[in-house]
Ligand binder design. Structure first.
Ligand SMILES: Cc1cc2nc3c(=O)[nH]c(=O)nc-3n(C[C@H](O)[C@H](O)[C@H](O)COP(=O)(O)O)c2cc1C
Length: 202
């Protein structure tokens, strides 16, 4: 079983990465493989709203969204990690998620997802609210931790010193591992409908 962790930050080894490494530790110590995907360093234009993805099944803009989609689809669970920029997730990540969910959201349905933010001081709850809405509208089980999923610091050292934030990150990994193991092999409501000969999805 494998969980992918999206690092929305432009800093591949910054605060968000430090937090995600702790989530990954919780996953691997619970027997689940973890892979961090570096997202936020690339130029990622926003969604054009052309709806071509509904016809061709991928985004017309050929970049990291299409390149990473299959890895996420094949995973058993996903974690979205973001720095807080002006009380929101960083813009590059938002562009990525808009296009990922527009083009590939149907394939993420029922995949457990957790979100975690890192900030110097403030805006964490509003950033988390934005992030949590992707899995919620995507019909994905939203995985919680032992407290709000945030860690504080402006440098990786400061983030590591936030012992409560690190513990929350670790616990998010453990709870995600529990979730993917609990759901492994369990038919989805859509599978059950198909098995019962019922049409359509719920
Ligand atoms: C453009 C910009 C806006 C930011 N806005 C906030 C903010 O609203 N609140 C906050 O606490 N930190 C803010 N920060 C600080 C970052 O959230 C914080 O340093 C974060 O941990 C950096 O993560 P990273 O190293 O993974 O990029 C901002 C940083 C930048 C570059």
């Amino acid at each position: 079983m494998k969980v992918v962790l999206l690092n929305g930050s432009p800093h591949p080894k910054g605060c968000t990465y430090t937090v995600l490494c702790e989530v990954a530790r919780g996953l691997s110590e619970s027997g689940v493989e973890a892979e961090i995907l570096q997202i936020g360093r690339e130029e990622i234009p926003g969604c054009k709203g052309c709806f071509a993805c509904r016809k061709i099944g991928r985004c017309v803009q050929e970049d990291i969204v299409n390149r990473t989609a299959q890895t996420i689809i094949e995973s058993d669970g996903m974690i979205i990690g973001s720095p807080v920029y002006f009380s929101s997730p960083n813009g590059t990540l938002v562009s990525y998620l808009d296009r990922l969910y527009a083009a590939y959201g149907d394939y993420l349905k029922y995949k457990p997802c957790g979100c975690m933010v890192s900030a110097r001081r403030a805006g964490t709850t509003s950033a988390l609210e934005v992030l949590n809405k992707y899995p919620l509208v995507g019909e994905q089980p939203l995985v919680s931790s032992s407290y709000w999923c945030m860690a504080f610091g402006n440098t990786p050292e400061e983030v590591r010193a936030d012992t409560e934030g690190m513990e929350i990150a670790y616990n998010l990994g453990c709870k995600m591992a529990w979730m993917v193991k609990a759901l492994h092999g369990v038919p989805t409501p859509d599978d059950e409908r198909a098995q019962n000969g019922q049409n359509g999805q719920i």
